[in-house]
Write a protein that binds this ligand. Structure first.
Ligand SMILES: CC(C)(COP(=O)(O)OP(=O)(O)OC[C@H]1O[C@@H](n2cnc3c(N)ncnc32)[C@H](O)[C@@H]1OP(=O)(O)O)[C@@H](O)C(=O)NCCC(=O)NCCS
Length: 159
């Protein structure tokens, strides 16, 4: 599997699973009906570095990294990760995250923060195993289609 920086033409192959994941409404605090142009701006807009995981020529995952804050606080990154559900659970997310954490550090970021990790998301275990800690939880902030009102963790790791 190859993990590399995304090219402009990769978005067309990220969008189908981006849409599948966001429209499920279980893991991201974005409108499940986000349009393709709005999604492209959210994921690939100015100031972001985008990565893809490519397996046998197929794009199976992507990550988007940007400064989480501005000005004197711009060295804390925010990262967002999506693996094509058809390829989840194969270790791709972990490998992509390890790569992204290394690259973010090389880019000069001092830390990475996740602003809104749905507390029922199994990803919490992945992020914890990669050294992220839960700084706090915004209680009952996310209406999950199956679990009802659940909290959003703010997770942080120094790089
Ligand atoms: C979360 C996500 C990025 C993980 O990527 P992945 O390729 O499926 O995960 P991996 O196969 O690398 O698994 C990593 C670890 O997380 C655990 N894990 C991941 N998804 C899981 C799930 N749905 N159920 C249970 N455990 C899960 C695995 O057990 C694994 O642990 P291990 O490495 O100790 O065996 C991916 O499932 C995804 O895109 N989910 C939807 C979007 C999302 O939630 N993004 C993160 C928002 S915070």
């Amino acid at each position: 599997m190859l993990i590399r920086d995304a090219r402009v033409e990769d978005w067309a192959r990220v969008w189908p699973f981006w849409h599948q994941i966001v429209s499920a409404g279980e893991t991201y605090a974005w409108d499940p009906e986000t349009s393709e142009p709005d999604a492209r701006a959210l994921w690939t807009g100015p100031g972001k570095r985008v990565f893809v995981a490519e397996d046998a020529g197929e794009i199976v995952g992507s990550a988007s990294v940007r400064p989480n804050y501005g000005g004197p606080a711009a060295t804390t990154a925010n990262g967002a990760f999506m693996i094509d559900p058809g390829h989840a659970g194969r270790g791709i997310g972990r490998r992509l995250a390890e790569h992204v954490l290394r690259e973010a550090k090389a880019d000069g970021y001092r830390a990475m923060v996740f602003n809104a990790v749905v507390e029922t998301n199994p990803a919490v275990g992945l992020w914890s195993s990669l050294g992220f800690t839960i700084l706090g939880t915004v209680p009952e902030a996310f209406e999950h289609p199956r679990h009802g009102w659940v909290g959003l963790h703010i997770m942080h790791r120094t790089l």
